[in-house]
Design a protein around this ligand. Structure first.
Ligand SMILES: Cc1cc2nc3c(=O)[nH]c(=O)nc-3n(C[C@H](O)[C@H](O)[C@H](O)COP(=O)(O)OP(=O)(O)OC[C@H]3O[C@@H](n4cnc5c(N)ncnc54)[C@H](O)[C@@H]3O)c2cc1C
Length: 511
């Protein structure tokens, strides 16, 4: 194998994983990251000087990282301590309506029975079986596959699999599918919320997103030291395997020669040549021309109307009392259709938002509250228009008031000491060309999942990795996209090397 020089633009999960896979296979890899730390969305902020995870907080699909570490000759368990969450999340609608979901499905079924009756518990059992079936049907031919199309999906299913494909309800919305399992609107809301993990509305997303419920059921893990540690650990392992990371390095242009990506030019003017470039920013940034005119055609334009959700987050140190917070707690609005209509139709913050609270000093089982202030991340969904229609201070303040009033109605009182607020406008600045959308394009309609670009861009030698590309957003999915980018480079360079060797008698290995 030729010793290829690879430049990776961005040290998000997808970029780090692509870089690691390539470094392990002997490639000469340099990651260029504009921020001062690795991780991208997997970021920390420091209200009152204390580090708080301000990006992803729910860690699933542990096996993805076990495979990545094993392929790099390391063991995930030696690098990260992951504790299984016994209670997946606590959900509240008021001071008296509370429901926990457990890692053990039988315990969840019993809890749902006590909360909403025996018929709903039976509905949950059927829902779990259906979610698992969707996962099993899509894992191989879609999630792990390079660039699936509806045709490739049907082909891979074969005659016997066609019935399975039909059963996964690709044409129904998640909300309508949930009506078949649950009569209680609170349960429809709870399981519909899984679409927001892909930044989408349950009223527009396909029923296939039920598979996210199965993924959670399969294991939610608490990362000792915080989620940001995943990024640091990947960065350390990459460097230990010979990769180079340069922080504070903004790539202004991806350059081409003879129609092929040939390197990058940094904002300060330095040029770095490469045999292949991996772009880990949002694919829409290429089409928006943020990486220069030469690679503008590398990916399709992402129309703002197709963007996924953004968020407003408050990372804070606060004294919490009155409600038994767990690591993951969700406080629901009363009117989910109105909430998503605000977000996607009116393009404004919801008048009555659902609020997710991650209590980072708590575990996933009931335990006494920390003595003194604790680290909390509160999140509400927000429209992804931080570039064209930034939210005003008054809009954010109104949303904050509504959010904290809901928490108070559910019994949670917060005495805040220090807060860092992040808005769609802030996310747009951190992740350019997104408008603050955090999960690539929304998965609205049965074809949306096929619209994401694959690992190979439209320009030879330029590859894509990250949550805006196939197989989609979320830490493990972005990691898988990094693996797909690395695999594509290895495959393409092997076939180039082979054709060059055939064309050059004497078998000179080309670099
Ligand atoms: C608030 C929030 C909550 C979330 N919750 C969850 C959750 O609970 N569970 C979950 O699994 N996922 C969650 N996600 C989604 C998950 O974080 C992302 O899908 C994933 O981390 C994206 O990784 P990525 O590879 O796309 O890279 P990104 O995180 O998008 O990073 C891209 C990197 O590229 C860099 N970059 C871009 N352009 C340039 C340039 N020109 N030059 C140099 N560097 C550049 C950026 O600075 C950035 O560091 C959440 C995200 C957010 C923000």
């Amino acid at each position: 194998m030729a010793h290829k020089r690879i430049v990776v633009v961005g040290a998000g999960v997808g970029g780090l994983v692509a870089a690691l896979d390539l470094a392990v296979r002997g490639m000469d890899v340099t990651v260029l990251e504009r921020a001062a730390t690795p991780g991208g969305k997997l970021r920390e902020v420091h209200p009152g000087g204390t580090a708080i995870d301000a990006g992803p907080t729910v860690f699933t699909m542990r096996w993805v990282f076990e495979e990545i570490f094993a392929d790099a000759g390391a063991s995930l368990a030696d690098h990260l301590t992951l504790l299984p969450a016994e209670i997946l999340a606590r959900h509240a609608w008021s001071g008296t309506e509370r429901l926990d979901l457990f890692a053990d499905a039988a315990r969840s079924e019993a809890a749902i029975g006590a909360f909403a009756g025996a018929a709903e518990a039976r509905g949950f059992r059927a829902f779990c079986a259906r979610a698992k079936n969707i996962w099993l049907t899509l894992e191989g031919p879609f999630i792990r596959s390079g660039k699936p199309t509806p045709v490739s999906l049907v082909r891979s299913a074969g005659l016997t699999g066609l019935a399975d494909m039909w059963r996964i309800s690709p044409f129904a919305t998640l909300a309508s599918a949930l009506e078949k399992h649950f009569a209680d609107p609170r349960l429809r809301q709870l399981f519909g919320r899984y679409s927001t993990y892909a930044g989408s509305s349950p009223f527009l997303a396909p029923a296939t997103l039920m598979l996210i419920a199965h993924v959670e059921q399969d294991g939610v893990w608490l990362v000792e030291g915080g989620m940001h540690r995943i990024a640091r650990t990947l960065a350390d392992l990459l460097q230990a395997r010979g990769g180079v990371i340069r922080y504070g390095t903004h790539v202004a242009q991806i350059e081409t020669a003879n129609g092929r990506a040939s390197g990058v030019r940094l904002a300060e003017g330095e040029r770095i040549a490469a045999d292949a470039v991996v772009f880990n920013g949002d694919s829409g940034a290429l089409a928006a021309g943020l990486l220069g005119g030469a690679v503008r055609g590398g990916a399709s334009v992402v129309p703002p109307a197709t963007r996924s959700l953004s968020a407003v987050t408050w990372a804070m140190q606060a004294r919490a009392s009155g409600f038994p917070l767990l690591r993951h707690s969700v406080f629901f609005s009363r009117d989910y259709p109105a909430e998503f209509s605000d977000l996607f139709r009116a393009c404004r913050l919801p008048a009555a938002p659902t609020v997710y609270v991650c209590a980072q000093d708590r575990g996933a089982a009931d335990a006494p509250a920390p003595d003194g202030p604790e680290r909390l991340l509160c999140l509400v969904n927000a429209p992804p228009h931080g570039d064209s229609r930034p939210l005003t201070e008054a809009e954010i303040a109104a949303c904050e008031t509504a959010s904290f009033q809901l928490l108070a109605r559910c019994g949670l009182t917060l005495e805040r000491q220090a807060t860092v607020t992040t808005t769609p406008e802030n996310f747009e600045k951190l992740f350019p060309a997104t408008g603050g959308a955090l999960y690539g394009q929304a998965v609205h309609g049965s074809m949306a999942s096929f619209r994401r670009p694959g690992a190979r861009s439209k320009i030879p030698g330029l590859y894509l990795a990250g949550g805006s590309t196939h197989p989609g957003a979320g830490v493990p999915m972005a990691a898988l996209s990094g693996r797909l980018a690395a695999a594509s480079i290895l495959q393409d360079s092997a076939s180039t090397a082979m054709s060059r060797r055939t064309a050059t008698p004497g078998g000179i290995s080309m670099r």
